[in-house]
Write a protein that binds this ligand. Sequence first.
Ligand code: GDD
Ligand code: MN
Length: 376
Amino acid sequence: MSPVELDAVQGAGADTLEIAVVIPTFNEKANVAALIAKLDQALAGRRWEAIFVDDDSPDGTAEAARVLGRSDMRVRVIQRIGRRGLSSACIEGLCATAAPVVAVIDGDLQHDETLLPKMLDLLQAGDHDVVIGSRFVSGGGTGDWDRDRVAKSALATRLSRRVLKADLSDPMSGFFAIRTDVARALAPRLSAIGFKILLDLLTAAPEPLRFAELPYTFRCRTEGESKLDHVVALEYLIALYDRMFGRFVPVRFAMFSAIGVLGIGVHMAVLSALFLGIGTSFLVGQIGATLAALTMNFFLNNALTYRDRRLKGWRQLADGWVSFALICSVGAIANVGIAAFMHDVRNDAWAVSAMIGVLVGAVWNYALSSRFTWGR
Ligand code: GDD
Ligand code: MN
C-alpha cells in the first residue's frame, strides 16, 4: 500500500470521513430509524455516513430514510428505479462514497453493527483489505436458523469453494468492511448477480485479498421479511456459473438458450395434445404450440433471465410480449433461411445446417430481445 493510500484509510484529519456504511434495502421501512440509532451508538466518536441503496420499495423505505437524512446529514439515499438486486445495490453504494473504508450491512438489524469499529480499526491498521463478519468462526453463530436453512447455507458454502481460493469460514456473509479503493478497482470485474456480493469481490480479485474474520451471531428478524427465495438460490448458482464459465458463454445467453430448449419441449407437448389428442389440423396444432412456447419463453425469461429488469403490470407485459413475438418471428425466418441455404445451396450436412440455423436464430433472438424487449 502506498503511503498516500494508507493515509487516506487512516484518516488525515479530525473531521475526515472514515467509513461509509452501505445498506441495501427492499421493504425495510420499519427498520430504517432503528438501524441508524444503532449505528449512531456503535460508531460513536467515528466519522461515518450511511448510504441506503433502495430499489424503489413499495413500502416507502427510501422516503423514510430521506426523512432521517434531512436532519442527520450522515444519512444518504440512493433510490434505484426499475432495478432489483442485492449485489448490484451494494456495488452502487460503495462506488458512491468518498470514505476510504466501506462496510456493507443488511437493513433488517440481523447483522451485529457493534463489530463495525473493530472492522474499521483493523482496516486502518493497514494489514487487511477486507474484514468479514463470520457466523462460523468460534464465538459466532447462526442464531435461530432452522436445520433446513443451516443445511442449505452449508451446501452453498461448500459450492463456493469451487470458485474461491481463500480459506475463509463464511464466504456467504453479507456483512463486511473493505478498503474502498480495493472494492472500486474490482467493481468492473464483478458479476453483480444475486445476493453474494462478498463472494463476488473475493473471487474477482486477481491477487487473494488479505482478510480477517470476526465472529458474530446472526440475529433474528423482527420486522419485515426475508427476500431470499428460490429465485435467489437459483441466482447463486448462476453467479457461480458466471465465475467459472462466464468468459466463454455469457450467463444470460446460457439461461436464454436453456429456456429456449425447454420451449421446444413445450412446443412438442402442445402440438401432440392438439394434433394427436384433440385432433385439430396440423396447422392449428402448430400455431397453438408456437404461441404456447413463445408465451412460456417470454414469461420465464422475464422472471429469470431478466429478473433484474423485469417487466411488470399488464401494459409492460403486453408490449413486451408483442416485441418478443416479433423478434422471434424474424429469428425463426433467419433460422429456416440459413439452414435451407446451407443445405440446399452449399450441400452441407442436414444436421449441421439445422444446428447453425438454430444457433443463428438463438443469437438473433437473444441480442434483439435484450436490447428491445428488456432494454430499458
Ligand atoms: N436494494 C436491494 N435490492 N436490497 C435488497 C434486495 C434487492 O433486490 N433484496 C434484499 N435486499 C436487502 C434487504 O432489504 C435486507 O436489508 C438485506 O438486503 C438482506 O436481505 P434478506 O432478505 O433479509 O436476506 P437474508 O437475511 O435471508 O440473508 C442475508 O444474510 C445472509 C447471511 O449473512 C443476506 O445478507 C445474505 O447475503 C447473507 O448470506
Ligand atoms: Mn435478513
